[in-house]
Design a protein around this ligand. Structure first.
Ligand code: ATP
Length: 258
């Protein structure tokens, strides 16, 4: 390697008798910058992710951008309470696919928190664990409107708005309800609607926001059906996820567990 090439690669060479020491890339500063005083805004996006697809990723990206989130954690459910074991790939496979899908986005992270906790995966426990680990972050729990319709069946659902803001995203292909029809009956006493900001407020001060996304009309069930019938899933999932599904022969047979 000649001198020019070494300089281009950022390498400096110590030569005997050289009088100028190499310039450090980041000069030491006597002033230490104060830590960012702003609490981090963290998105939590839970789901079965069986498998994670571009609809999930695009939705999270739109939310991250719109709400200036510092990070979004994708949290695959180890034992989802609302989905049967049929056609459900092992949690380790689903986590791995999430890791592969988010690897090229610096704002996105995969979380194994629900795989590390024994038993059924409940969002309330996950939110509590994140609050403990990340205090004083402010949390935004992201749910698609189809999942939100079942919110009142979730464990301790009425405690969730005490801990976190909730963001309900529209789902492409499903009509978005008008504000007065949006809240399930069981939630109507917990929130009041602030028409000025178009946000539902909870007595704790946390918000519930209905957010329209452009999104992508993709469902994991469609992807599984395509794999089963030998159809292409290209451009529906991240290429690394497509390779993983092929390599591990996932979703080949209906009702099988992988
Ligand atoms: P399935 O088809 O197996 O029911 P799914 O993709 O609907 O899968 P999950 O993986 O559990 O189900 O979805 C996780 C979250 O992502 C849910 O809140 C769901 O509403 C939301 N979601 C799923 N697909 C989309 C999409 N295409 N656009 C926006 N949000 C989505």
């Amino acid at each position: 390697m000649d001198e020019t090439e070494k300089r281009r690669n950022g390498e400096t060479e110590k030569r005997e008798g050289a009088c100028n020491p190499p310039i450090p890339r980041f000069p030491d500063s006597p002033i230490s910058l104060p830590a960012d005083p702003r609490p981090q805004k963290i998105g939590l996006f839970g789901g079965t992710f069986n498998p994670i697809h571009l609809g999930h990723l695009r939705s999270a990206e739109e939310v991250r951008e719109a709400f200036a989130l510092d990070r979004v954690y994708f949290i695959p459910a180890a034992q989802p309470p609302h989905k049967s074991g049929r056609d459900l790939a092992q949690a380790t496979h689903r986590l791995k696919m999430v890791e592969l899908a988010v690897a090229d986005n610096a704002y996105f992270l995969a979380s194994a928190i629900e795989l590390e906790r024994p038993g059924t995966s409940y969002s309330i426990d996950t939110i509590r664990d994140f609050l403990t680990a990340l205090q004083p972050a402010s949390l935004l729990f992201i749910i698609g409107i189809d999942a939100f319709r079942e919110f009142a069946t979730w464990k301790d659902y009425s405690s969730i708005p005490n801990l976190s803001d909730l963001l309900v995203t529209s789902r492409p292909g499903s009509p978005t309800p008008a504000p007065d029809r949006f809240l399930p009956v069981a939630l109507q006493t917990l929130f009041w609607y602030d028409a000025e900001t178009n946000v539902y407020r909870h007595t704790s001060g946390h918000s519930l926001i209905l957010h329209e996304i452009a999104g992508l009309d993709i469902a994991a069930s469609t992807i599984r059906a395509k794999v089963r019938t030998g159809k292409s899933i290209r451009y529906l999932v991240h290429p690394a996820v497509e390779t993983y599904i092929t390599h591990h022969a996932l979703y080949k047979q209906e009702g099988a567990s992988y």
